[in-house]
Each structure stands twice: as structure tokens, then as C-alpha cells.
Design a protein around this ligand. Structure first.
Ligand SMILES: *Cc1c(COP(=O)(O)O)cnc(C)c1O
Length: 358
């Protein structure tokens, strides 16, 4: 039997190891010069004036909301089909997440339903660029402009995704994660991107206990700092990001060409969009038949996500008792299969052969 094909695998090489060794030898192992370098290079890559490195993607979302002065009494419209951190970051500020249903093909928030959910309390929209496919940014930025709403992007799965050449994270306040399953990693880590000097200043303050001058705290903050060890990994990972994203796109193209099981719905890419395939997500009306076969052949898989956020226990307890039919159907049918850059052609061929044999 051939060895297991993982659903995700970080691409850590000798460059990352050397860079970490250098930081360790320098004695400056908390947040320092390497983090400033990482921020500068990440901002340049995304195409924003500023980038602020933090301890996780969750911290990035939380800080972005706080820096935009979102809190108690505010409603933030977001997707119910995402990792729980998206909604939890809103709850953490005291604001209320309001869920809008998704588009069936891209799995991203549906601008038409977003419009329906706007009330006098709405202050922001937080789309998620799920699986690496950008949300409908043309429609969503129009809605924000028309209703004077703040745009905060959960780009935690979308490093390098773009719409008409403009990168995810450059439309509003961008939030990224560097968890090991994402398109680039720092082990744990995150980044906020913005063109707004004030947001940059506030985010840096909130990251470090609201501190302006040493031990003078002018507002409430947290310890959401990163480390130069993480940033050293990040600088090297950023150098590989384009090549690795291209590998993901090529792998996805291979899968879409060679999978011929008519019960499996393949992912789509909207015109003008660069999908960076953090996940290659298919759907199948009886996905556990597929799962069984994948498991027996040693092929990794993921179900992102089996339960919509409005059906999670902690949200039911908060009084959410609504329905979002397209999201719920996706939760019942989605199945992600390996697409990461370390797959060999042999791996890809084997995955397709296995799926076609069902
Ligand atoms: C990974 C992820 C997050 C959270 O990032 P962490 O670094 O794990 O805190 C938030 N939103 C989405 C959509 C994610 O995929």
C-alpha cells in the first residue's frame, strides 16, 4: 500500500531553518527587526501601505474590528459558512454577528442577502474569501460605499487571491492567518493589512496593551504580539508563496480535468478571480461513501465545515435560531481533497483514479 497523502503539509525547508537559527543566535527572540521586515514585505506583496504582524489570524480579526471602533451595539454582517474564529472575533468585541447566506458555487457570502440583512445598527461587513476564492468584492464594496459601512476582510485562507488583479486584503482592512494549513505559515501567526495610517497606529497599540510610550497605556489592549522567530519563517515563506500558489492552481487544474465521477461537483472559479486553492472543495450528495474509499486508500480529506456557525452550541445559546439553506446544504455535502503544493503527479493521479472508481 502506498503511503498516506495528507490533506495539508507545510512547505518548511532549509531556508526557514537557517533563518530561525539566525534569530535564535541573535538573542532577540521576541518581536523586533525581523518582524518589521516581514511587515514591510507582506504589505508590498498585498499592495497596501501598512501591515501589522500579530499572534494569530483570530487576533488579526479581533484587532481589526477594535481598531475600526466596532463594539457593543454594532452589527457586523458575515458568513455562517466559515471557521468559527470569524464570528467569534465579532462576539469578542461586544458586537453582534449577523449571518447572510452564501453563494452555492463559490461558498462565499451572497451580496444580495447581505443587502437584506442591513439595519440601522449595521456598521461593518466581514466577507470571508473561503478556500482561497475571493468573495464578490465588486458588489460588496458597492454595498459598503452606498451604506457607509466598514469593510473587514477575513483573508485567512486567501494569501495572493485577487479580483481583477487587486489582492484580497487590499479592499478593506485585511486579516490573514499563518497557521500551518494555510497557503503560507509561521507556525502560529497573523497579519493585518491597511492603507489607513490611523488603523495602522491603533492596531499596533492594541497589539501591545494599548502602550504608547513605555508603560504608559492610553487605551485597553492585549498581548497579541508575534515573535521574530515566527517572522523569520514568514519572510522565507512569503518568498515561496507565488510558486506555491501556482502549484496549488496547477494541482487544482489537474484534479478538475481528471476527476470524472458525475456525482462529484467540482469547484468553480469566477471570471476575473484568482482562486489560490487553500482547499480544493468538492461536493457530493453522499459524501461519506467517498470518505470511506479515501480512508481505505490512505488519502487525507477535510470537511470544512460540517456545522454552520448559527447551529454551533455556543451560538444556539446566544439565541440564534435562523436558517440559511444554501449554507446548510453545503455543510451536508462538502468534501475537500488534497491540493497542496507538495503533492506529486503520482499522488494526483492516484487521487483521481480512486475517486473515479467509486
Ligand atoms: C484559519 C482561519 C482563521 C483563524 O486563524 P488562526 O491563525 O487559526 O487564529 C480565521 N478565519 C478563517 C476563515 C480561517 O481559515
Amino acid at each position: 500500500m502506498q503511503k498516506v497523502i495528507n490533506i495539508a503539509e507545510p512547505d518548511i525547508g532549509v531556508e526557514e531553518k537557517k533563518a530561525v537559527q539566525k534569530v535564535l543566535d541573535s538573542g532577540m527572540i521576541t518581536q523586533g527587526p525581523k518582524t518589521l521586515q516581514f511587515e514591510k514585505e507582506f504589505a508590498r506583496y498585498i499592495g497596501t501601505k501598512h501591515a501589522i504582524a500579530v499572534s494569530s489570524g483570530t487576533a488579526a480579526l479581533h484587532i481589526a474590528l477594535l481598531a475600526q471602533r466596532i463594539g457593543a451595539g454594532d452589527e457586523v454582517i458575515t458568513s455562517p459558512f466559515t471557521f468559527i474564529a470569524t464570528a467569534n472575533s465579532i462576539v469578542s468585541t461586544g458586537a453582534k454577528p449577523i449571518f447572510a447566506d452564501i453563494e452555492e458555487d463559490t461558498y462565499n457570502i451572497d451580496p444580495e442577502d447581505v443587502k437584506e440583512k442591513i439595519t440601522s445598527k449595521t456598521t461593518a461587513i466581514m466577507p470571508v474569501h473561503l478556500f482561497g476564492h475571493p468573495a464578490d468584492m465588486k458588489a460588496l464594496t458597492d454595498i459598503c460605499d452606498d451604506n457607509k459601512l466598514i469593510l473587514i476582510e477575513d483573508a485567512c485562507q486567501a494569501h495572493g487571491a485577487s479580483v481583477d488583479g487587486k489582492n484580497a486584503g487590499a479592499f478593506g482592512t485585511g486579516c490573514f492567518s499563518f497557521y500551518p494549513t494555510k497557503n503560507m505559515t509561521t507556525s502560529e501567526g497573523g497579519m493585518i493589512t491597511t492603507d489607513d495610517e490611523e488603523i495602522d497606529k491603533l492596531a499596533r497599540r492594541i497589539r501591545n496593551h494599548g502602550m504608547e510610550e513605555k508603560y504608559h497605556h492610553i487605551m485597553l489592549g492585549f498581548n497579541f504580539r508575534t515573535t521574530d522567530i515566527a517572522s523569520a519563517i514568514g519572510v522565507e515563506q512569503l518568498r515561496k508563496l507565488e510558486a506555491n500558489n501556482n502549484r496549488r492552481v496547477e494541482n487544482a487544474r489537474y484534479l478538475s480535468k481528471k476527476i470524472r465521477n458525475k456525482d462529484i461537483t467540482l469547484p468553480t472559479v469566477r471570471k476575473g478571480c484568482r482562486h489560490v486553492f487553500n482547499q480544493y472543495t468538492t461536493r457530493h450528495p453522499r459524501r461519506y461513501d467517498v470518505v470511506e474509499k479515501l480512508v481505505s486508500e490512505g488519502i487525507g480529506y477535510g470537511i470544512y465545515y460540517p456545522v454552520p456557525i448559527h447551529r454551533q452550541k455556543t451560538y444556539l445559546e446566544r439565541g440564534y435560531n435562523e436558517s440559511h439553506l444554501k449554507c446548510e446544504k453545503a455543510c451536508d455535502e462538502v468534501l475537500s481533497i488534497p491540493v497542496h503544493p507538495r503533492l506529486s503527479e503520482e499522488n494526483l493521479e492516484f487521487i483521481c483514479k480512486t475517486l473515479n472508481s467509486i
